[in-house]
Design a protein around this ligand. Structure first.
Ligand SMILES: Nc1ncnc2c1ncn2[C@@H]1O[C@H](COP(=O)(O)OP(=O)(O)OP(=O)(O)O)[C@@H](O)[C@H]1O
Ligand SMILES: [Mg+2]
Length: 269
């Protein structure tokens, strides 16, 4: 099975999706065949790669992650099992394929409430298809419910994007202890590869205090290349492009440096 990284944080809006999408795009540019899995019902990673129209057409005709996670309303148009390989959208970026998400994933915890082994449903459904990829990237929602649990259960590594503001930094300890408990329960090996300072705004005392505090608490786990708040990042998403196709050299360099560090920590460089 390929090395798989999940980007997680209980806090919303800290840059999980921007990092996931642009890390996947970076891997693709390095000629690593990459699978990007959008496990978030908000469907943001999906809409960062393809248009809403393309998603509508694909989700109706072929299906989304909601099908392969076994939601009862999600069978193929003929009413049978959805075809897993058809759900994957090929080459959303160079060498990057996408498992798109669906808003209906919001209720998956209820839909799968009575099923067994629901944390490993995604991994089991993708099965041998995963062997086609050199690396797998999971974008997670801002919680630890079934979609995130499925991402973690198929991951070898996870990373935590954080914005250096008081409310974003506050929940990291809780997140890490919950992930640890989850892995213990599932007897699953999962390596924490680091905290990514993301969406870093203009220099300000409170921001540097929070960054310093994170470095004091987590030491080397805090990844040094920071990702600053730059308009090109959200522009790229709105144009279904990666940051590497945009004109902002500094933004591009930050995502490259951060991606290289992630690959190194995953043992892939
Ligand atoms: N480095 C950045 N500079 C500027 N804007 C950014 C940056 N990173 C992310 N954004 C923008 O900020 C918003 C939130 O980012 P993103 O969606 O990546 O966060 P998230 O942690 O995935 O949020 P959620 O928890 O809701 O999934 C988006 O509009 C995104 O385009
Ligand atoms: Mg997101």
């Amino acid at each position: 099975m390929p090395p798989t990284v999940s980007f997680v944080n209980l806090k919303g809006g800290v840059g999980k999706t921007a990092v996931s999408v642009n890390f996947a795009a970076f891997c693709g540019l390095q000629e690593l065949k990459t699978l990007l899995i959008d496990t978030d019902p908000q469907t943001n990673a999906t809409f960062s790669c393809i248009t809403v129209e393309k998603w509508k057409d694909h989700s109706t005709k072929k299906g989304t992650i909601a099908n392969i996670m076994g939601m009862r309303r999600h069978t193929s148009p003929e009413g049978g099992e959805a075809n897993v390989s058809e759900i994957i959208i090929r080459n959303v970026f160079r060498n990057v394929d996408l498992v798109p998400s669906h808003l209906d994933l919001f209720t998956i915890d209820l839909d799968l409430a009575a099923t067994t082994a629901r944390e490993t449903k995604l991994k089991r459904s993708l099965g041998d298809i995963l062997t086609q990829y050199k690396i797998v990237v999971c974008d997670c929602p801002p919680n630890l419910t079934i979609p995130t649990q499925n991402a973690l259960a198929m991951s070898t590594h996870f990373a935590v994007p954080v914005s250096p503001d008081f409310l974003s930094a506050i929940g990291i300890g809780i997140l890490l202890s919950r992930v640890k408990d989850f892995c213990k329960d599932l007897q699953h090996d999962l390596q924490h590869i680091g905290i990514i300072l993301s969406r870093v705004g203009r220099p300000a005392r409170h921001r540097s205090e929070i960054s310093d505090d994170l470095r004091a608490r987590f030491g080397e786990l805090v990844i040094t290349p920071e990702i600053k708040e730059r308009a090109a990042v959200s522009e790229a998403a709105s144009q279904n492009r990666s940051i590497y196709e945009m004109g902002d050299r500094e933004a591009k360099k930050e995502f490259e440096d951060c991606s290289i560090e992630i690959l190194k920590r995953m043992g892939e460089l």
